[in-house]
Design a protein around this ligand. Structure first.
Ligand code: ACM
Length: 414
């Protein structure tokens, strides 16, 4: 199905969502639980389909919707269909908060799936905590947060950096240049990177932040030329990363001499960068599209046949997909008359399922145990995995901060 048809269909689903899942008799009864037996199950999809982060978030939307459609095609959950209610927060953090409120209050969603950037997750957090609802967040993030109302599906710093920093020092040298966008995620990843460098004999030759959406990297390139670091450690996101990668390549830097190691560059950014400019550089992530497991082959085939043969899957869309299946597994443990966000959260702890990257597990802090990998980009836009953890790695959201641990609260970032 082409994207135009797809948007037409999802639009229709969004309109259907306006009834909020309650039939007329249910409304009259009033006291009846909103999610009682026989109703379908309303879930919110809160990914930007317009604006600056749509380039990545539309793929998260697609992956979550694909999982919902698959589950419905297999008969739903305890015979009840999932009813996706779609909102487009247009890449604006305040709009994420407003639409999340609408999904939870007006539409009575028992969970909302959404967001790429930490800025949008942090905007939703007070809303979801106030309603004691659940927000399934699929993206790698900086840690240092531990809400009882967010299901964290992506990697935290220890799950992306523990395997790669020592390896990079050994293979390329100890002098790191840190470049990221100017917001919480890159700064917190860099705090953890600096901790590991100090432990492993590395050093920071320069640390630099450019505004989100920044696209002129000429002064960064000049500084890199002067400093001659061994490794460029990058946490540049979205369109900015595309511009950075292209300009780095155009400057003639050789990835064999001075590679970029990115925590954010996936198949979707590489598709925009172009394989030739991305080739030879590295990313660290729990999933790459070429991962050879039956679960991943099914995911990739299903995604391509639904959204187009030229589409790519990547480490955030994979999590957007498997989180819907984690939600399903949690609901299957529940009495169908007790489907509330709180019951879903309690049932989700300990859920283990075979995701495309490997078997993932939700821990008591609502973070996910994952399978770290380091891969080198090829000219065809795919990644060749060169380091793969032999064990599933537990999340440590406070790894950069000795003595701090999860307290079950949300915005503790100082
Ligand atoms: C991010 O902002 N969590 C990539």
């Amino acid at each position: 199905m082409k994207r135009r048809d797809f948007l037409g269909r999802t639009g229709a689903l969004g309109v259907a969502g306006l009834t909020g899942g309650l039939s007329a008799p249910a409304l009259l009864l009033g006291a009846r639980p909103a999610y009682a037996v026989g109703d379908d199950i309303p879930v919110g999809l809160l990914f930007s389909l317009t604006g600056s982060v749509a380039v990545v978030e539309h793929t998260l939307h697609d992956a979550a919707l694909l999982a919902i459609e698959e589950i419905n095609a297999q008969g739903g959950i305890h015979g009840r269909m999932l009813r996706p209610i779609i909102e487009d927060p247009a890449s604006d953090p305040a709009t994420y908060a407003d639409r999340a409120r609408r999904l939870m209050i007006r539409d009575k969603c028992v969970s909302v799936f959404g967001s790429y950037t930490s800025a949008s997750r942090q905007a939703v957090l007070p809303v979801v905590e106030q309603r004691d609802n659940l927000y399934w967040y699929p993206t790698l993030y900086e840690g240092r947060e531990c809400s009882r109302n967010i299901m964290y599906g992506g990697a935290v710093p220890n799950q992306q950096q523990d395997n790669v920093i020592g390896w990079a020092i050994e293979n390329f040298g100890p002098r790191f240049y840190l470049i990221g966008n100017n917001y919480v995620y890159p700064k917190e990843e860099n705090n953890y990177c600096k901790k590991l460098l100090a432990e492993l004999g590395g050093e920071v030759v320069h640390e630099e932040y450019v505004p989100l959406g920044h696209s002129d990297f000429s002064s960064v390139i000049n500084r890199i030329r002067t400093e001659k670091p061994d490794v460029i450690f990058a946490t540049v996101v979205g369109d900015s990363d595309v511009a950075f990668a292209r300009q780095y390549h155009a400057a003639g830097f050789d990835p064999e001499e001075m590679p970029v190691i990115s925590l954010t560059r996936s198949e979707v950014e590489v598709q925009a960068i172009g394989g030739e400019a991305a080739a030879g550089h590295f990313s660290s992530a729990p999933y790459f599209m070429g991962h050879a497991t039956p679960e991943n082959e099914r995911f990739v085939e299903s995604y391509k046949s639904r959204f187009g043969g030229d589409q790519v899957t990547h480490f955030v869309s994979e999590a957007a997909y498997f989180q819907v299946y984690q939600f399903k597994a949690a609901l299957e443990k529940l009495d169908p008359s007790d489907v509330t966000p709180q019951a879903i959260r309690d049932a989700a702890v300990g859920v283990e399922l075979a995701a495309p990257q490997g078997k993932v597990l939700i821990d008591e802090n609502l973070h996910t145990h994952l399978w770290p990998k380091v891969a080198q980009w090829q000219a065809d836009g795919q990644a060749n995995v060169i380091l793969e953890s032999t064990e599933r790695v537990a999340p440590k959201p406070y790894a950069a901060y000795d003595g701090q641990t999860c307290t079950g609260s949300g915005l503790v970032n100082g």
